[in-house]
Design a binder for this molecule. Structure first.
Ligand SMILES: Cc1cc2nc3c(=O)[nH]c(=O)nc-3n(C[C@H](O)[C@H](O)[C@H](O)COP(=O)(O)O)c2cc1C
Length: 227
């Protein structure tokens, strides 16, 4: 089977996946909803989290067989880490194309989304005519692997405002069982799916000083394509 599978919390990876699916004529599937285990052609789109591959994507990659894999990582213009190389090294060798796409950072309100979808045409063409490639190793901050999740957890809090109606739509949307009645627990990775899903915009984020300063760093607006 062929498919475009995505993991997305604030919609950036989903939008890219939807574009690729429409160009390829492949079905679009959410990694969090039951996905197939065997693929002939698979395009996997996901966000970089703390310069790493999100756990849910790692688990998916461990449990599938795929003939031709295309990997697309969206990142918030801070640092894309080395996630595509790590996928080829640790999980799946059969890679035909890859891309790092600079997107809106989940933690920055007025950041730009990625508009230049036409620039992804070489990826679409390569999926249609696959041949294997070897992905290069990129620079990754050596500190990136030290308690990656803890960095976002300590840097950001999710606060419930008086607008919360107690509808628990946030609870339904949370992948990790990490929020109930607008209050997060220790499972929360600060992916902000709850904030996005709240129909009353009752969940607000508060950035700590260190994360605020880090997010002011000069941005890397680089689209990297491997075909
Ligand atoms: C927990 C978390 C960690 C993140 N870590 C990074 C990072 O290390 N480097 C970066 O450039 N962007 C980082 N981002 C930003 C996301 O990669 C970026 O906003 C992505 O496009 C979001 O995709 P989505 O809307 O599909 O969830 C992070 C976002 C979250 C929520």
């Amino acid at each position: 089977m062929n498919a475009v599978v995505f993991y997305s919390n604030t919609g950036q990876s989903k939008a890219i996946a939807a574009y690729l699916a429409s160009q390829l004529g492949y079905p679009l599937a959410d990694i969090e909803i039951k996905c197939a285990k065997h693929y002939q052609n698979l395009v996997l789109v996901f966000p970089v989290h703390c310069q790493n591959i999100p756990d849910i994507v790692k688990n998916f990659l461990k449990n599938i067989s795929v003939e031709n894999l295309t990997v697309v990582a969206t990142y918030g213009k801070m640092c894309c880490g080395n996630v595509l190389y790590e996928i080829q090294k640790k999980y799946q060798k059969n890679i035909v194309a890859g891309a790092y796409i600079p997107s809106k950072h989940s933690y920055i309100k007025r950041d730009d989304i990625f508009y230049d979808l036409d620039k992804l045409k070489p990826v679409v063409e390569k999926v249609k005519e696959p041949s294997y490639i070897k992905l290069p190793k990129l620079y990754k901050n050596p500190l990136a692997d030290i308690f990656p999740k803890l960095r976002s957890v300590l840097g950001l809090t999710i606060q419930k405002s008086a607008d919360c109606s107690g509808c628990n739509i946030c609870t339904e949307h949370c992948t990790f069982g990490a929020i109930k009645s607008g209050i997060t627990n220790g499972n929360c990775i600060r992916c902000l799916k709850c904030v996005e899903s709240c129909p009353h915009q009752a969940l607000k984020i508060k950035l700590g000083l260190l994360l605020k300063l880090y997010l002011r760093k000069k941005k890397v607006n680089e689209l990297i394509i491997y075909v």
